[in-house]
Design a protein around this ligand. Sequence first.
Ligand code: ZN
Length: 140
Amino acid sequence: MKLRIKSSDIRKIEGHALESFPNECVGLMIGKTQKNVFETIEVVRAKNTLNSPVAFEADPQFVYDVYKDAEKRGLQLIGIYHSHPNLRAYVSARDAEFMKFWGRLVWLILGVGRDEIVERKAFMMKDGKVYEVEVEIVGS
Ligand SMILES: [Zn+2]
């Protein structure tokens, strides 16, 4: 599996992570899946309703609205991104619980410091196991 994402969208996500520091940020990735590629067409910021440095939650109504809007345009919710302030980009126990709940989505996690993105990794869960997914950045 592979996550394909435009560099402009990566910059948006990284900007969101830095702005939200020291709290976690969260957002949605909209796009298409084809065979082994999750292709991101756009990213949508969500609000971390927990305002927490160690956890995130997005308003379920907001997520549903974004999901339905994508569907209307022939697109899908393909992934979720969030940040780990002062920590690495890994799947926490809490993240793994969410992954189980959400099913076939790709999870982009950023390890972020005060002024820098330290690490960026993508994961998926299949049959209850977490796999790292290659991130392919395209465009300028
Ligand atoms: Zn996390």
